[in-house]
Ligand binder design. Structure first.
Ligand code: PRX
Length: 658
């Protein structure tokens, strides 16, 4: 039951024979033809896809405008509505009765909603938002658990041209407040409570707390979805969703917007303390999301798609709220967690709903491998997973052993795994296998999606030869790319288009290409961003949260260390204002600080290790030597040059301080 005992680095998997003929991109020659088309006429290629995947109210006449690079514009004079493309269009094309979403609640109850019903729900919600005065260009913060209503709220914003910003339900009131304040939202959509793993957790109470803190004066109303009926405080600004939508008509004329009209903002961590509001467009975003949805997952009308992400992350935007609907697919939406009521939940749901295409994160796979090793009853081989055709992975590098297990036990050895590399900023998949084309190598995201100009360069932007590692860049703009950082154009340019890189987009990942195949392998972030269980966390963000505990903390430094399950674990080195605690006192303080970080950012940011020290290792100019701390966190011998260290005695203390 352990990972199959193969020579991982030699394993290669050719595409299933059948897919060479039936896939949307059938075979290597078809892939090569698309790549050649995009190389010969870049704008022409994307223009063709834009017409094939999206219906335009008014067609665009210019595909790409690079006049004000890196503020690129795609399909700018084209007019469309994203929600119309995801809902009305499907109904018009005869899919009105097709199931759009199969929702499975935490406790197992299943609700099905057809395309016509989802359209009606979205229109009612859009009308209710309009009745509350929400207009085109206004921001709406959505702080909801996984639900049909959450997807409909996103679609409703798109319908009226409001810009949504979904905040993951695991973020704290403080983090929510920062995001509401930065967007200047006029409306917050939330639920009374959320249910996860058999427990209810507050949502509305955290919205109240966020709004009580000030800085959120732009918020006029809070719309509340009744999920549990649990007791909540009520203010004059609050409206029940069911009441606000009940009197509204089930028809709402879409707001037709220009292709560059912002569809949403999504906050993500960068290398400084303040999260960045990544701004996405309507037209370009939808084009690439729809195209990748169809080609990467080789989606056909009878497929049942399931992406296990949360709508609070980019994966949940592109491959739950928009992608599947944009191509008229049936998808499963899941409220709960993979380990409740037991670690067989995913497999049971695949069996129950006859899921054909399954998209999840390596962290989930690794934790389910562990569970299956000790509890054979939750091993995927106990379930009927024969409906599966294609598997996907996203969010972090997948280690070959987990890949092999996923392939063997979940995919029954017959399902291609698409290991998709992309980011919040890229909006859609960028480097990925295609099921009918790619020979898979475990641990590699293989080759760029046709039309994506991914490359590996050095610090001067010079290409590095295959076999050598370097910086992952995208040489040309692409339709679903980030347009700017909300309210901070300068930060957009400095973060992603540093002058020494010749106008290439800097992804922030280190990577290398295979000498023979040219396949890409992602090494991980090159900046101060950690990937913890597929969640992006900025080390500075956690440091700021720790030092915000002013009564206790004088200084803090946060680094990552490798972890078998979560990919990386957060390690904090803390200097207290008082004396350095040891033993039980240290443990107590660590618990207190962990909870503090949970309050400041959210439980996902709680440091795994907290070590107390009298000081941090610094250079004579006062810079914290993070590389050194990384070695200490890993428990490695210090091999770095420590001659510039101002306080070398601190090293032995750090090593002891467990
Ligand atoms: O480091 C890469 C890693 O996740 C980062 C992007 O995180 P985020 O914006 O939260 O989006 C995650 C979901 C798209 C990247 O810079 N990453 C994402 N996918 C992969 C990956 N690393 C390796 N392989 C992947 N397939």
């Amino acid at each position: 039951m352990n990972a199959p005992d193969r020579l991982h680095h030699l394993a290669q998997y050719a595409p299933p024979h059948r897919l060479l003929h039936t896939a949307h991109v059938p075979g290597h020659a078809a892939y090569q033809a698309l790549v050649a088309e995009s190389q010969e006429d870049y704008a022409g290629y994307w223009g063709r896809l834009a017409r094939a995947f999206v219906q335009w109210k008014k067609p665009f006449t210019r595909t790409l405008d690079s006049d004000n690079a890196p503020f690129y514009k795609w399909f700018e004079d084209g007019v469309l509505n994203v929600s119309w493309n995801c809902l009305d269009r499907q109904v018009e094309e005869g899919l009105g009765d097709k199931t759009a979403i199969l929702f499975e609640a935490d406790g197992g109850t299943v609700t099905r909603i057809s395309y016509s019903q989802l359209l009606a729900m979205t229109c009612r919600m859009a009308n209710a938002m309009k009745a509350l005065g929400v207009r085109k260009g206004d921001r709406v913060v959505i702080y909801m658990s996984m639900s049909i209503e959450g997807v409909a709220a996103m679609q409703a914003c798109a319908r009226i041209g409001a810009i949504h910003s979904v905040v993951f339900g695991g973020f704290s009131a403080h983090a929510l407040r920062d995001r509401i304040a930065d967007t200047g939202a006029v409306l917050v959509v939330t639920a009374d409570e959320q249910v996860r793993g058999g427990k209810t957790l507050p949502l509305k109470a955290l919205v109240d707390e966020a709004l009580a803190h000030g800085g959120c004066d732009s918020v006029r109303n809070v719309m509340v979805y009744r999920r549990t009926g649990g007791g909540i405080a009520w203010h004059a600004r609050d409206r029940w969703m069911h009441e606000a939508t009940a009197e509204q008509p089930a028809v709402c004329e879409p707001e037709w917007v220009g292709a560059e009209h912002p569809l949403f903002l999504l906050y993500t961590s960068g290398s400084t303390g303040k999260p960045k509001g990544v701004q996405h467009s309507s037209g370009g975003y939808l084009v690439q999301v729809a195209a990748t949805m169809k080609w990467t997952f080789d989606m056909h009308p009878e497929d049942v798609f399931w992406c296990t992400a949360d709508i609070g992350w980019i994966t949940g935007h592109s491959y739950i709220a928009y992608g599947p609907l944009a191509i008229g697919a049936t998808q499963v939406v899941f409220e709960g967690v993979p380990t409740f009521p037991d670690a067989g939940r995913f497999w049971k749901m695949i069996e129950r709903h006859k899921v054909t295409v399954f998209y999840t994160a390596p962290t989930a796979i690794r934790s389910l491998i562990k569970a299956a090793e000790t509890h054979p009853e939750v091993h995927p081989d106990r379930f009927d997973l024969r409906s599966l055709r294609i598997l996907g992975s996203v969010g972090e590098p997948i280690n070959p052993a987990a890949w092999e297990w996923y392939h063997e036990y979940v995919g029954g050895g017959r399902c291609p795994i698409v290991d998709t590399w992309w980011q919040t900023e890229t909006g859609a998949q960028m480097i990925t296998p295609l099921p009918g084309v790619t020979t898979l190598v475990p641990g590699s995201c293989t080759l760029p999606f046709p039309g994506i100009t991914a490359a590996i360069v050095d610090e001067t932007g010079e290409d590095v030869p295959n076999g050598q590692s370097g910086l992952l860049v995208i040489k040309k703009p692409w339709p679903s790319m980030i347009r700017t950082i909300w309210g901070d154009d300068a930060r957009y340019v400095s973060s992603y288009y540093p002058p020494e890189l010749r106008g290439y987009y800097l992804a922030g990942d280190g990577a290398a290409r295979d000498r023979d195949t040219g396949n890409f392998t992602i090494g991980g972030r090159i900046d101060d961003v950690l990937n913890v269980s597929g969640h992006r966390m900025g080390t500075m963000e956690i440091e700021s949260a720790l030092v915000a505990c002013t009564e206790l903390v004088a200084e803090a430094a946060v680094v990552g260390r490798p972890d078998d399950t979560s990919g990386e674990a957060i390690c904090a080195f803390v200097v207290l204002k008082g004396p350095r605690p040891t033993g039980e006192a240290a443990e107590k303080l660590a618990v207190r600080l962990r909870n503090w970080v949970g309050k400041e950012i959210g439980p996902i940011a709680k440091p795994r290790d907290i070590r107390f020290a009298d000081n941090l290792p610094k250079t004579r100019s006062g810079k914290i030597m993070r590389r050194l701390l990384r070695s200490v966190a890993k428990g490695e011998a210090i091999t770095q040059d420590v001659s510039t260290l101002e306080n070398p005695a601190i090293l032995s203390q750090l090593n002891e301080a467990h």
